[in-house]
Design a protein around this ligand. Structure first.
Ligand SMILES: NC(=O)c1ccc[n+]([C@@H]2O[C@H](COP(=O)([O-])OP(=O)(O)OC[C@H]3O[C@@H](n4cnc5c(N)ncnc54)[C@H](OP(=O)(O)O)[C@@H]3O)[C@@H](O)[C@H]2O)c1
Length: 164
């Protein structure tokens, strides 16, 4: 079975975006994102694709979800359901779900791993990550990363796995 992992950066109230943009620029989190996802297929909603400043993200198969059957994107693979992702990806492959809100909501119930960067700040937002149900998810890593001159906020790099 294809293994689905979610990767997300969220504020203290699960905020993830505003006006189809990220909430802040955190190079340390972008580095973590690049390290974890490079070499793997990545799946994103059509709006997140549109928001990317550089696309496709290099060294990763970029997969864009849209219900629009007429949508064609030369630099990406377009799919129309999450099930279709499982059909086009090798069984042993780890696929990263990279957002946004709608895609996270549709995928959290069948993802196995969740890489969460908890940004230790609150933000004005219009896009949110769903509340993590601790009956279903267990945190197995929690690494504090202090703010510095390039990273405005403290962060916690967390890994959660689905409980058996
Ligand atoms: N902090 C983070 O880690 C992070 C990561 C990624 C994104 N974001 C933020 O999240 C926000 C965008 O989230 P969003 O919810 O507005 O948009 P989104 O999830 O990126 O894209 C939504 C679109 O994707 C398609 N889609 C979503 N789920 C689908 C499904 N199950 N099947 C088929 N198509 C599906 C639909 O496209 P069509 O309308 O074409 O049918 C839908 O309108 C932005 O602010 C972005 O910056 C934050």
């Amino acid at each position: 079975m294809t293994k689905f992992s979610i990767i997300v950066a969220a504020g203290l109230n699960n905020e993830i975006g505003l006006n189809n943009q990220l909430l802040c620029h955190l190079p340390a989190d972008l580095r973590r994102f690049k390290e974890l996802t490079t070499g793997h297929p990545i799946v994103m909603g059509r709006k997140t694709w549109e928001s990317l400043p550089i696309k496709p993200l290099p060294n990763r198969t970029n997969i864009v979800l849209s219900r629009n059957l007429a949508l064609s994107i030369p630099e990406a693979t377009v799919v129309h359901t999450l099930e279709e992702v499982g059909e086009i990806i090798d069984d042993e492959e780890e696929v990263f779900i990279i957002g946004g809100e709608k895609v996270y909501r549709d995928s959290i119930d069948f993802a196995h791993t969740l890489y969460l960067t908890r940004i230790e700040n609150t933000f004005t937002a219009d896009a949110y990550f769903p509340t993590i149900d601790e009956k279903k998810w267990q945190m197995v890593e929690d690494v504090f990363r202090a703010s510095d001159e390039k990273n405005q906020y403290d962060m916690r790099f967390q890994k959660w796995i689905r409980k058996a």
